[in-house]
Ligand binder design. Structure first.
Ligand SMILES: Cc1cc2nc3c(=O)[nH]c(=O)nc-3n(C[C@H](O)[C@H](O)[C@H](O)COP(=O)(O)OP(=O)(O)OC[C@H]3O[C@@H](n4cnc5c(N)ncnc54)[C@H](O)[C@@H]3O)c2cc1C
Length: 503
């Protein structure tokens, strides 16, 4: 470590972690492992604790060489499952490629290097701590000739999904003697002489100062603040729905900037997806990520003008879903309908079958056109006619690979998985933009120390998770949020403990 906390100074606790999600809890465990006393401040009440991490499906991306590596992470994997599954491999090179390609080569190479190279080791660490992982059969694999085949590099999810992950991490923290305080909002960093020496905490309307040897900010993004969305993402973003927790209002960003932290990354960028048009303003834990509607690569999307507006089959949904929310937000009245026919409805993900869904069905396209609320019906029928005529029926359809079954001659092409829409019953689902998390944050170094604007570490301040800027730009490979939180949380916790204990 470059800098150390001066030994002998009195602090209430060695390390304070701000946040109660995956990054925070990983940081807390790592700090405890490093011998520190640790206090976790979670702004939410216990029943809503865990931030966006609780809302996830628990899908987590890491590099692996093949099924032998996976067996080390999923000790429950049976021989029968192994025989029935082609898990493939997802090498570090694949992970690097995905990170750079989806971020248009903007991602900070040092952060990506750490994320990718530490990913396998970190999932082993989590498993070693007592987390269980299982294959994601439902959403990331298709059955081909009687065998499941994984695609897209995302193979594993936490047992019990996001709630399972957060509850287990919290249990492990408590068992390790970590003090988790719920309903405790950090409102300021204590930094009298420029060095961070604790936080001011508001609990049930009362403020108190908690003096700490080091502070880890793991308080998520600013996606739940309409004001910050409009300010940084741009006009119109206040109209988006929030997919996850209502508690990520950018407190950590504001506190860090107030003590001179350098801002980094894509402050006007975010992860946002197609989300049920009638979903509530913030995420609903009873529904979790069920409001998302991610099977658009197998159909088409039309806007209020009855027109297609995006290449639904540009890539596997893992590589497009995170940026298509913005595209939907840009449509008139911020909505779209996803359209499917009988040939593909069996491919629709589970989220299409939840009861809180905005769906219409029809026996004819004309009937469907009349049911698509807010859509120019005649224009819609013309769009489908032109689209059907443009489908390259000579190329076989295969949902497991980028099949190249495209359209020919359309102004907005569909590059893969193009099927005519002509077999009833027809189904349509209304979506709007659901924001997942923001990309802009604070700059950290390889030890997760927050840097100031002169690029020097701010003494005593560390960060991990969504609040870190510089990893994601424009887009994001699915499953990387949890891994980023785990990798940098672990590093931040370890660094903070060493710093606070003067080692
Ligand atoms: C619906 C949905 C599905 C997703 N699915 C996946 C997936 O399957 N895989 C994946 O990798 N990623 C997924 N993501 C993204 C993922 O949730 C995030 O990238 C990841 O959970 C971020 O972890 P974090 O710990 O940084 O933030 P969070 O988990 O959001 O935690 C932030 C914490 O900080 C707390 N907090 C905020 N301000 C304060 C304050 N002032 N004081 C104290 N506490 C504060 C919040 O209450 C919260 O507990 C999904 C997100 C959503 C919304």
């Amino acid at each position: 470590m470059g800098q150390k906390r001066v030994p002998g100074r009195h602090f209430d606790v060695d390390v304070v972690v701000v946040g109660g999600g995956n990054a925070a809890l990983c940081a807390a465990l790592a700090a405890r492992e490093g011998g520190a006393t640790v206090c976790v401040l979670e702004r939410a009440p216990i029943e809503e604790s865990g931030g966006n991490s609780r809302f996830t499906a628990g899908a987590i991306r890491f590099a692996y060489g093949g099924v032998d590596d996976l067996k080390r992470v999923m000790s429950d994997l049976t021989e029968a499952e192994i025989a029935a599954t082609d898990f493939g491999a997802y090498t570090e090179d694949d992970f690097f490629e995905d990170m750079f390609q989806v971020t248009q080569y903007r991602a900070d190479p040092d952060l990506v290097e750490t994320l990718v190279r530490r990913s396998f080791d970190t999932i082993l660490w989590l498993h070693g701590k007592g987390l269980r992982f299982v294959p994601i059969y439902g959403r990331q694999a298709f059955k081909v000739d009687g065998r499941f085949k994984f695609w897209g590099g995302l193979t594993v999810e936490a047992w019990g999904g996001g709630p399972g992950l957060v509850d287990r991490l919290s249990e492990l923290c408590r068992a390790a003697g970590i003090d988790i305080r719920y309903g405790a909002r950090a409102i300021d960093l204590l930094a009298p002489g420029g060095a961070v020496e604790g936080v001011r905490v508001r609990t049930a309307g009362r403020d108190e100062d908690l003096r700490a040897g080091a502070v880890v900010l793991a308080s998520g993004g600013f996606e739940s603040s309409a004001e910050m969305r409009a300010r940084y993402l741009g006009p119109g973003w206040e109209l988006a729905k929030v997919r996850g927790t209502r508690f990520n209002t950018g407190d950590g960003h504001k506190m860090a900037l107030a003590v001179g932290a350098s801002s980094a990354g894509n402050w006007s960028g975010c992860h946002a997806v197609g989300w049920d048009r009638n979903a509530p303003e913030f995420g609903d834990l009873a529904v979790g990520d069920g409001f998302q509607k991610h099977s658009y690569p197998f159909g088409i999307m039309v806007n209020a003008r009855g027109e297609r507006f995006v290449d639904e089959g540009a890539d596997f949904r893992n590589y497009t879903y995170a940026k298509y929310g913005r595209v939907i937000l840009e449509q008139p009245q911020q909505f779209a309908w996803q359209i499917f026919d009988r040939k593909v409805v069996h491919l629709l993900r589970d989220e299409y079958r939840i009861k809180q869904v905005t769906k219409v069905t029809a026996a004819t396209l004309e009937e469907l056109a009349g049911k698509l609320e807010g859509v120019d019906a005649n224009a819609f029928l013309r769009t489908v006619e032109e689209y059907n005529a443009a489908v390259r029926a000579d190329v076989p359809f295969n949902p497991n690979v980028k099949d190249g079954r495209s359209t020919a001659g359309l102004r907005i092409p569909k590059s893969n998985w193009a099927n005519t829409i002509d077999q009833p019953p027809f189904e349509a689902y209304a979506v709007t933009c659901g924001i997942t998390f923001t990309f802009g944050g604070v700059r950290i170094d390889g030890e997760a120390r927050v840097k100031d604007e002169a690029m020097n570490p701010i003494s005593g301040l560390f960060a991990a998770g969504e609040i870190v800027g510089g990893l994601f730009y424009f887009n994001y490979p699915g499953g990387t949020g949890l891994m980023s939180g785990a990798v940098f949380g672990r590093i931040a916790g370890r660094s903070a403990a060493a710093f606070a204990r003067g080692k």
